[in-house]
Write a protein that binds this ligand. Structure first.
Ligand code: GTP
Ligand code: SPV
Ligand code: MN
Length: 593
């Protein structure tokens, strides 16, 4: 971590100098990504109190960070796409004119790093040397950000080596400022491959390689260059005969991607294995063989902590046994971590805001959007192809949201256009991953509503256009693990048992099993989802699969309003598809459901 790591790349140097003369840090430090650098950053964070060392016997090499209580999630209302025209950003994004954004944020950055260090963080999204990978450089005054970026990306000298003399890198600038929500902005400039973030220290707002580059800027580049940047996990399912099938799945924030990516099959599926390629983001390109190939641009997991337990996600629990940064979780008196859903609480804790907590306390001990940052190398089910520069071939794409009603457990699209329709009309109840009210159904197309860096209608058009580019396209499915029955109980057990649905998906993707045609897609026949060894009432399973005429009429009507809100850019195929589905629902389903 000294100037020997500094680059000879003149474009990079000039940009760093220009940003430093604006922000006026006391020093500029070029990060090399070494272990020695990590140690010294950790030590200084512990000294300053931004990190607390956890008990090394219980949680080796792991740390706790408490964020400012006003800064605990992404802030969609303060996130802007700064394209020359408002139309290009679309009704799905907040827009600011590039010149206005630069003027406004420059004033905030002016002198913002006085008394602080500006860290220069070169990083690669994607396997080193992969033609699918992208390079970014983030300038930040937060050592916590540097330490997180070191887990989440390939960071340091390796990135500078890959960049060489090229000027093709994302220019990211971040200052925590005084962490004041009034002076908080996350601005994206797709045309100049630039991201400016101020006033936050939290996750998706400041780890600029993740949502900002890999999704918002990535989706813009994907359209320009003919590929897809998606909010999707990637997993490989290995059957007992050794064949591995790769699946990519888009669920909105805090709707089960990490859980699904780390699934351990239940006993009934002896000999089956699920391998994790990625848990949040997929970059997908058409390969020479005509299939869609995906890489995970990230190198770590920034996962939701609450609800993670040895029962729900043992792989994640193993992954975070060590080398992990925990943000906004509770701490035990022994110096370990705790959160809601982990098991019985101990008699005393320090909560996420640093206050005493007992089981009688009314408030939650961990923030509902508390997170862990852990290296993917710790995951014992990490796919052997997670670092493969070619990526993995995708046989199935799955869309899913958090829906208490209407949407059945599993259904397959009739074709690509219908599959794009399923993604485009996805709805989900809001979660704690973004600030705002929780539990409201909102349309979240492809789980990309907060992350698409341009007009959503044009993005649907890009998805439709991809059909002609992929000679052997993946099959498309829609799932819902979250349907509820009477008294609000989950109808489907979820988690490990999702393997039963996954099995049907891969059988369908390989054309190994037939299906029933319903008005809204291909569904499994009653006996096609293996329920052996599962404690579920037949009536509950049937209810989880039910397609209700009135619910679907209302649903499809709601899709019309959704398309209208997205404006003239929505391709006409999608409205035609909607009418076809509506006509079939009205004709084919009986009024009693
Ligand atoms: P982001 O990191 O925000 O993108 O979230 P994610 O999509 O990776 O979500 P994650 O896997 O962390 O799941 C979030 C929460 O969803 C968990 O804490 C669980 O409470 C819940 N969840 C996940 N899978 C299931 C499931 O199969 N059934 C039910 N009922 N809940 C689930
Ligand atoms: C999400 O909200 O989808 C996340 C967490 O994965 S964050 O990095 O904050 O966006
Ligand atoms: Mn996410």
């Amino acid at each position: 971590m000294n100037d020997t790591a500094a680059t000879k790349n003149p474009t990079l140097r000039a940009w760093v100098d220009a940003m430093a003369s604006m922000c006026k840090p006391d020093r500029v430090v070029w990060c090399d990504g070494s272990e020695a650098e990590r140690r010294s950053l950790l030590d200084s964070c512990v000294r300053e109190g931004t990190l607390e060392r956890l008990n090394p016997e219980l949680r080796p090499d792991s740390y706790l960070h408490r964020s400012n209580p006003n800064d605990v999630a992404r802030v969609e209302h303060l996130t802007f796409i700064c394209t020359p025209t408002r139309e290009e950003a679309g009704p799905n994004n907040h827009w600011m004119a590039p010149a206005d954004a630069i003027a406004k944020l420059s004033a905030l950055y002016d002198g913002a790093m006085r008394g602080r260090t500006m860290y220069v963080v070169p990083y690669v999204m994607g396997p080193l040397g992969s033609p699918l990978s992208k390079i970014g450089v983030e300038l930040t005054d937060s050592a916590y950000v540097v330490l997180n970026m070191r887990i989440m990306t390939r960071m340091g000298t390796a990135a500078l080596d890959m960049l060489g003399q090229s000027d093709d890198f994302n220019r990211g600038l971040h200052s925590t400022l005084d962490c004041n929500p009034e002076r908080r902005f996350i601005c994206h400039f797709p045309q100049t491959n630039t991201i400016w973030s101020v006033g936050s220290g939290y996750g998706g707002n400041v780890l600029l390689g993740k949502k900002c580059l890999a999704l918002r800027i990535g989706s813009y580049l994907g359209r320009k260059e003919g590929w897809l940047a998606e909010h999707m996990l990637i997993l490989g399912v290995e059957s007992p005969d050794g064949q591995t099938t790769y699946v990519a799945a888009a669920f909105p924030s805090a709707c089960g991607k990490t859980n699904f990516a780390m699934l351990i099959p239940p006993k009934r599926f002896d000999g089956w294995k699920v391998w994790t390629v990625g848990d949040d983001i997929a970059w997908m390109r058409v390969g020479d063989d005509g299939r869609l190939w995906a890489i995970n641009p990230e190198a770590g997991y920034f996962g939701v902590a609450p609800g993670t337990s040895l029962q729900s996600n043992p792989r994640a629990m193993q992954t975070i046994e060590r080398d992990t940064i925990f943000t906004n979780v509770a701490r035990t008196d022994e110096g370990d971590i705790w959160w809601e859903g982990m098991g019985a609480p101990p008699p005393h804790l320090i909560d996420w805001q640093g206050r005493d907590w007992t089981p009688e306390s009314k408030e939650k001990a961990a923030h509902p959007n508390a997170r862990f940052t852990a290296p993917m190398a710790n995951n014992r089910a990490l796919s052997p192809f997670a670092e493969d520069p070619r990526g993995v071939p995708i046989s199935a794409i799955v869309f899913g949201g958090r829906r208490a009603t209407t949407v059945p457990l599993i259904v397959q699209s009739f074709n690509w256009t219908h599959g794009v329709y399923m993604g485009a009309t996805m709805g989900s109840e809001t979660t704690a991953a973004a600030t705002g009210q929780v539990g409201i159904v909102r349309r979240d197309p492809m789980a990309m509503l907060p992350f698409c860096g341009y007009d959503m209608g044009s993005y649907f058009g890009h998805w439709l256009d991809m059909a002609a580019r992929i000679p052997s396209p993946p099959k498309i499915f829609m799932v819902n693990w979250f349907r509820k029955g009477e008294g609000g109980k989950w109808l489907w057990p979820g988690y490990t048992e999702n393997m039963r649905v996954l099995k049907w998906i891969i059988d369908r993707a390989h054309g190994r099993i037939s299906a029933v045609e319903t008005p809204i897609g291909w569904a499994p026949r009653e006996s096609d989802i293996d329920l052996a060894g599962l404690n579920i009432e037949a009536a509950d399973f049937a209810e989880s699969m039910r397609i209700d005429r009135d619910e679907w009429k209302a649903e499809l009507q709601d899709h019309a309003g959704h398309f209208e809100k997205l404006g003239a850019g929505v391709p006409p195929e999608l409205e035609l598809q909607r009418r076809l589905l509506l006509a079939r629902v009205e004709r084919d389903l009986s009024a009693s459901g």
